[in-house]
Design a protein around this ligand. Sequence first.
Ligand code: C2E
Ligand code: MG
Ligand code: MG
Ligand code: MG
Length: 280
Amino acid sequence: ATIKKVKDRGGSAISALTSDDHERLSRKAHIEKRLIYALDRKDLQLLYQPQVNLENGKVERVEALVRWTDSEIGVITPDELIPIAEENGLINEIGSFVVETVCRQLKDWKSKGIDLQISINSSIHEFRDKDMAKMLLEQLKINDCQASSLMIEITEKFALEAEAERSIMTQMKSLHQEGISFALDDFGTGYASFRYMLMLPISSIKIDQMIIQSITKQEKIQKLINGMIQFGKSLDFQVTAEGVETNEQFELLRAMGCDSLQGYIIGHPMNATELEKWLG
Ligand code: C2E
Ligand code: MG
Ligand code: MG
Ligand code: MG
């Protein structure tokens, strides 16, 4: 390990960087540099994963998921990309790219007679930009899209922080008033604070895939998921299960009255052309 002097806020500290740390840091720096380049050229892609309503069997919505393959680095998964982009502030540019792409996609689908809602994932950093709501509504307008065609997925962590930040609440509420809906993503993984579910303009909850995938293993887990579904429904949330992979999970969730399902059993994330074929 190399010994490096790291400047701290107050004074200085000695910290040992292992070769693993060095590798991680240089990969991060490389990703950052290439991401700036990719964003400049809008060289990211979006895939769309269908969500099926169990009551009528229809695809009611697709979730937009970002994909990035860099010519130097290769595939960078969202789980690696998003935290890095949140740290260096590039998440706002990713967000703008996603919003622009999705609005153009909505317009294109509308012209083809395909009526789908698209949900996008948003990081709280994007909402700290005071012009976020304005940018979003502008993009919808430019592309002649209805606000109700858009859903925004936020995490529990986002919701918890948003409750304490007035300007974020304000932006969410104004978007909601315009007709955009919000979903609470990865429900059940984090902060079991239920107050914000009533304070924020959320209309759907998406039960996290880790929980869903353990559904068949234990009776207790089945009861837990059933409880989550009934809890959500009793508060008038639309309840979606994500990461549904098997028939057994599918049937159990249907029997429990889950409103809609998303997962490989329905369809993998696909590009727009693949999705159009899949729909037909
Ligand atoms: P998420 O929003 O919870 O998205 C669901 C993730 O589960 C996606 O991973 C999706 O490909 C995957 N998935 C869907 N069905 C199944 C299944 O049946 N089995 C399994 N094993 N996985 C399934 P992905 O695309 O790698 O995205 C990971 C996370 O990265 C997302 O989790 C979301 O939090 C974040 N993310 C993705 N795109 C964006 C984006 O454009 N902006 C932001 N801020 N975050 C994004
Ligand atoms: Mg999501
Ligand atoms: Mg999720
Ligand atoms: Mg997730």
